[in-house]
Design a protein around this ligand. Sequence first.
Ligand code: PLP
Length: 378
Amino acid sequence: MSGVYLDYNATAPMRPEALEAMTGALAQVGNPSSVHTAGRAARALVEQARTDIAALVGGPASTVVFTSGGTEANALAIDSAVATGARRLIVSAIEHDSVLETAKASGAAVELMPVNENGVADLAWLKARLTEWKPEDGRPFVALMLANNETGVIQPVLEASEIVRAADGWLHVDAVQAAGRLLTDSRALGADTLAVSAHKLGGPQGVGALTFGPRATLVRGQHGGGQERGRRAGTENVAGIAAFAAAARAALSEPELKPAWRDAVAARLKAEGAVIIGEGAPRLANTLCVAAPGHDAALQVMSLDLAGVMVSAGSACSSGKVKPSHVLTAMGLGEVAACAIRVSGGWATTEDDWKTFTEAWLKAYAHHRQRHAAQPAA
Ligand code: PLP
């Protein structure tokens, strides 16, 4: 691919290890449910992958359920909670649409947990809310993501889990953006269910997993065969699962990304008047959410693309829509939200990629300001 790709939070390029595992598995025949030699070989790939993904998410391999991605993993957790008696769901205001929309569609009442101006969940609100929980609302269910896809802001999941546990609730953690970038051990984090997706960490699109602890009961989301111990019917995506595991192994074996490149860029952009979103909170080292006041985000994305640099405006799933990002709105960002772009790197990103982005951004912003200054006042 030519150009500089800085949109890893939308999807990361496939790692060579994942590509090799995928093509290797695709070249092999076998349904993991078949008892003959070919079937057993496919089963072995899936079970080895389950062990590898368990290392990514914590807990025994038997608690890993493969899904078609992060969206389905989130839905399996939410639908299971509702099916087992939750009648009111608390979801943070900055959750991914796959959590927000599934919660709204679940039939249960939904309450949004607010965030502060840095995009960090308000745990004092959560604690107070759970203190007055009514028994008729069923067991409390709380969804708090580990790291936000738009801002990279890391959420206080461990502290939230203590509060949720004290209320005998169920904490679901969407770790799709954090997996492979931060510790995503569900037990260490106190998560009852935790969702991950392959394509954010260098695996293929269309495969993910949900892990669950002893305090969560999963229900069958799809009916048919008894795959995934009866939790998810359908022939497994063997090649995708094998590639997911290869990507996870590679991600776990590499050193954590350092924020130095991102921070150097942020400092230069800030000097030109840019606003760094979530700057006061801990953030994923790969993510920069930055607003250029007055410069529409969609125009920025287009001019950067013309300069060969690929980034996105808000989250990839919501870009293209005119409506402002619900994440930035929840942070109280108002008009600035319309001028915010997300720059996100990853396993193949170099310091030069960040530098190329910086030069292209500075040029585009200078050009925008020149044009603006040249316009006669109305
Ligand atoms: N959760 C978060 C935080 C995400 O960023 C995404 C993808 O953008 C998802 C869930 C959905 O994952 P998938 O694309 O695997 O369905």
